[in-house]
Design a binder for this molecule. Structure first.
Ligand code: F3S
Length: 386
């Protein structure tokens, strides 16, 4: 991979974090056959929750943060707790201290106070064609597909390396030809609610790391958020197209492609496979983090919690701050939690069964949090457990 003189200088004589960052980017570029490094307009880093990165993660960040600051706008994924309500979540003082140390290290490097998997709803929204370096698979799928920005599916270290250098290796989805569809998915049933998550889980399984092109589908931005998160969970899908909906759909189908039909039967089968009929300890909505549109919808239901089940509504601090007028109605339903989510917080310390409408959460809660899952639409969950 070709480096400019300035990039060579950063690799040889930069600060510790900058040298490490350049080493990571050069290794990636060499592995994937990048010709050069290109400037990014924003980065989004993962690896923030103390539950997931532990003490080894703190050590890594401490080394990287020595005298180094981000060179591009950078937001970061959720932490393991609501930074204001962590005591209500049953988080211990020791755990909270470690989590705050991680937050402090990111802030020291100039990462924005964001702590969300939906940076595009929290002020870090790129434009079509922008080159970015984002970790967080659901945000990658949204940025590439719904916005038409360009990012590979970065890991925590590579996204941080891009943040600290302002650069990313040019390969993969930064190249036009790699953004074409690899499979056509004909959707033969109208979708609503959790169907978008079920569809994502079904297609993720067979499309792997390909690029599905959906036909027969109309979807709002929130529905595409849910679809993309599920696609990126059961599969490694970084980009999808929806005919007549997403920005790059027009030139996405270049060749004769394999076609798959998905209808009601496949969606209902997947929904059944994702959930159990157990009684949940917690109903957790907001994976990915709830948008303002979704919070308005919830508040508009004017429901009041009557039963014992704990309800969590997870959103970003940014959207929360814009939802001040809705908070009374939302708190009637459940706890509005910011900066965290049901998967990256230590939910296993207090729960055995979680109910959710998210395909991504339904996929990861059993794997990472030892939880049984109840999978259903938001409306049904509210009627059943509120
Ligand atoms: Fe976001 Fe947590 Fe889901 S990080 S996408 S709410 S698993």
């Amino acid at each position: 991979m070709h480096l400019t003189a300035e990039q060579e200088e950063l690799l040889e004589n930069g600060r510790f974090g900058e040298r490490k960052a350049m080493e990571i980017l050069c290794a990636l570029g060499d592995i994937f056959g990048a010709d050069r490094l290109v400037p990014i307009s924003s980065a989004h880093v993962s690896g923030v929750s103390y539950k997931t990165i532990g003490d080894a993660g703190i050590e890594f960040l401490t080394d990287m943060a020595q005298g180094t600051r981000v060179r591009a706008r950078t937001t970061a994924n959720p932490t393991a707790m609501d930074r204001q309500r962590w005591k209500e979540m049953g988080i211990s003082d020791d755990f909270a201290q470690k989590q705050l140390e991680i937050v402090g290290l990111y802030e020291k490097m100039g990462v924005e106070e964001s702590w969300t998997c939906t940076p595009y709803l929290a002020g870090n929204r790129p434009s079509r064609g922008d080159i970015i370096a984002w970790a967080e698979s659901s945000a990658v799928a949204f940025a590439n597909s719904v916005i038409g920005a360009r990012t590979n599916r970065e890991g925590g270290p590579s996204a941080l390396a891009s943040a600290l250098t302002g650069l990313t290796p040019r390969y993969g989805l930064h190249i036009d030809g790699n953004r074409k569809a690899t499979v056509i998915v004909e959707v033969s049933s109208p979708l609503k609610g959790k169907d978008f998550a079920s569809l994502g889980c079904v297609v993720g399984e067979f499309a792997g790391d390909g690029v599905p092109y959906f036909r027969g589908l109309s979807a709002s931005e929130s529905e595409m958020k849910s679809l993309g998160a599920a696609l990126a969970s059961t599969g490694s899908i970084p980009l999808f197209h929806i005919e007549d909906v997403t920005p790059e759909h027009k030139n996405a189908v270049a060749d004769e492609l394999e076609r798959i039909d998905i209808g009601r039967e496949e969606l209902d089968e997947k929904a059944e496979e994702l959930g159990t009929e157990e009684e949940p300890d917690i109903v957790a909505i907001g994976c990915p983090h709830l948008s303002m549109e979704e919070l308005k919808d919830l508040a508009g239901r004017r429901m009041k919690k009557r039963k014992g089940t704990e309800i969590w509504l997870c959103t970003s601090r940014h959207v929360y701050s814009q939802a001040r007028g809705l908070l009374d109605q939302l708190e009637d339903i459940g706890k509005v939690l910011c900066d965290t989510c049901m998967v990256v917080c230590p939910i296993e310390d207090r729960s055995r069964v979680v109910a959710t409408d998210s395909g991504k959460a339904a996929f990861y809660l059993p794997k990472f949090c030892s939880q049984e899952v109840v999978f259903d639409d938001v409306g049904s969950l509210m009627r059943r457990f509120l």
